[in-house]
Design a protein around this ligand. Structure first.
Ligand SMILES: [Zn+2]
Length: 206
C-alpha cells in the first residue's frame, strides 16, 4: 500500500471533524512526550503541535478502554504518551534512530506509521497518586524487557516481576477489549483497526 497515503496538513486534520483532541475526553491523562524534551531525541519534535489527537473511532475506543481500566483498578486512569504523530515527526524520529540498531522500534517512513493516521496510541496507566503504574520499563525503553513477546522469558529470568506482568495485563485487556491490537515489541503501543485498510483508505497527517 506504499504510495496510497492521502496526506493532509495537521491544520486541515484538526478542522476536518475526523479527529478528536484527547484532552476533551474525561478521565484520560495526556503526557505528550514528543512535545517535550522527555523523549529519546531529547527535544520537542512536535512544536507547534502541543496536544494529542486521535481519529474519532480510535478515540471512542480509548474512552471505552479507560472505563475498563477504572473497573479493574478504581481511581486509576489511562495516560497517553503519543497519539496522532505527523509524518514529518515520523521522519525526524527515524533519522534519530538510523544506525543505532534500534530501528525495529519505529515504522519506516517509506511505509508509514499508523500513528500518522491517528489510529495508533501509546499508553500507560496512572495511579490515583498520579504516578505511572510500574510496567517494568518506561515508555520508549528500547530493550527486550519492553517486548510482550518475551514476557514469559523475562519473568523466568527475573528481569520482570509477576506484578509487572499483572499491571501490563490490566492495560492490555482494557485495550484489546475495546478493539485495539497490540504489537510484539512495545507494551505501550496499540493500533485500532486494520492497518492495510487504514494505509489504503484513511488520510495521513503530514
Ligand atoms: Zn506507538
Amino acid at each position: 500500500m506504499v504510495g496510497a497515503a492521502r496526506p493532509i496538513s495537521l491544520e486541515a486534520a484538526q478542522k476536518s471533524g475526523q479527529f478528536i483532541a484527547l484532552g476533551d475526553l474525561r478521565g484520560i491523562a495526556v503526557d505528550l512526550r514528543y512535545a517535550s524534551a522527555n523523549n529519546f531525541v531529547g527535544r520537542d519534535v512536535y512544536s507547534p503541535m502541543d496536544c494529542a489527537w486521535l481519529h474519532r473511532s480510535a478515540a471512542r475506543a480509548l474512552d471505552q478502554a479507560q472505563r475498563s481500566v477504572v473497573q479493574a483498578l478504581p481511581g486509576h486512569q489511562i495516560v497517553v504518551f503519543d497519539a496522532l504523530r505527523p509524518h514529518r515527526v515520523q521522519i525526524a524520529l527515524w533519522q534519530a534512530l538510523q544506525g543505532t540498531g534500534l530501528e525495529l522500534y519505529l515504522a519506516d517512513p517509506a511505509i508509514g506509521s499508523i500513528h500518522s493516521y491517528g489510529f495508533a496510541v501509546d499508553v500507560g496507566v496512572l495511579t490515583p497518586e498520579g504516578r505511572e503504574l510500574d510496567m517494568g520499563t518506561g515508555f520508549d525503553a528500547m530493550q527486550d524487557e519492553s517486548h510482550p513477546e518475551f514476557e514469559a522469558q523475562m519473568l523466568a529470568e527475573g528481569r520482570l516481576s509477576q506484578q509487572h506482568l499483572t499491571n501490563r495485563q490490566v492495560l492490555r485487556q482494557a485495550m484489546l477489549g475495546a478493539g485495539f491490537s497490540g504489537i510484539a515489541t512495545e507494551w505501550w503501543h496499540f493500533d485500532f483497526g486494520n492497518k492495510a485498510r487504514i494505509r489504503a483508505e484513511e488520510v495521513r497527517v503530514d
